[in-house]
Design a protein around this ligand. Structure first.
Ligand code: GUN
Length: 286
């Protein structure tokens, strides 16, 4: 029997702990841990994600400050806003929702956020810390993947892990986290040759390709653990659309465990963002 990894339940457990930590912080410091979220433009998916992040903050007693800005807000003005938030002692985490509108370069923007408030873990200093296994702020989706893997795997040492997708947000950092746990890690991408055979060699498969239905059942070694990071909206005939992952879920029957979409990694990403916000806040008041 394939176990379905319940990301919603894991996220709820994490959120209960975060709510307790946020309350303790507030009592000690007279202010809540606080996250500033910047959204530029009107990308519909980003609007939904930002709405969920703010709602989750409210639920656990984390303060939130929203900056929803027009698509023609310039890069210089954005950098100036980040400077103000960096200097504000009541703001502990800063998140700039990606993708940014054309005309604003992501790298200079992400570089401007002080690493101590970089709750997405995207600043080069935090990426560097992750790469040497030191204690920085780590990206939320990869952290969520590791918590789900921890719920079904006791000992990672020597396991073969294959990551499908080499993005800076998921593929590369989750590969580093599994390497840190002593897995033997292979990162694949769009130009990888013989992808099905490589995936078939894996004890752990993390798929973050953004390609609906890419990974088929016969790519999976019996007993492997599969984490599906994909979030793809596909049209569903006459009655609208639905969200699917990068794996053909119904074909994952010889996996030992698989995370579903929706209800797998998605809820964990938000919980890890809030966890990073409390962690960042604690480090700033020390
Ligand atoms: N867009 C898609 N995923 C993410 C994420 O994890 N953080 C931010 N800031 N933007 C995103």
């Amino acid at each position: 029997m394939t176990a379905i990894i319940d990301g919603k339940a894991s996220a709820e457990r994490l959120l209960a702990g975060i709510a307790a930590d946020a309350l303790a912080f507030r009592q000690e410091h007279g202010m809540p841990p606080t996250l500033a979220v910047i959204l530029i433009g009107d990308d519909p998916a980003s609007q939904v994600y930002v709405g969920r992040k703010i709602a989750a903050c409210r639920r656990v007693g984390i303060g939130s400050i929203e900056h929803r800005l027009d698509g023609d807000f310039g890069e210089e003005a954005l950098l100036a806003l980040i400077d103000r938030l960096n200097a504000d002692a009541k703001v502990h985490g800063i998140l700039v929702q990606l993708p940014l509108p054309q005309g604003i370069r992501a790298n200079p923007v992400l570089d401007r956020i002080t690493p101590e408030k970089d709750v997405d873990g995207f600043h080069p200093v935090n990426v560097g810390r992750l790469s040497i296994g030191s204690d920085g702020l780590m990206p939320c989706t990869p952290l969520g993947c590791m918590i789900l893997l921890d719920s079904v795997i006791q000992d990672f040492r020597g396991l073969s892990a294959v990551v499908v997708g080499k993005s800076n947000i998921v593929g590369k950092p989750v590969a580093l986290l599994m390497l840190e746990r002593e897995c033997t890690v292979t990162v694949t991408h769009i130009h990888t040759r013989g992808l099905p055979d490589i995936v078939r060699s894996a004890d752990i498969v993390v798929v973050a390709a953004g390609s609906p239905g890419l990974v088929r059942g016969d790519w999976i070694k019996p007993g492997a653990v599969v984490i599906d990071v994909g979030i793809n909206r596909i049209s569903d005939g006459a009655d609208g659309s639905r969200i699917v992952g990068d794996c053909v879920f119904e074909e994952m029957s010889h996996a030992r465990a698989v995370s579903p979409v929706p209800g797998g990694v998605g809820p964990m990403t938000i919980a890890c963002l809030l966890s990073n916000t409390v962690r960042a806040a604690r480090r700033q008041v020390r």
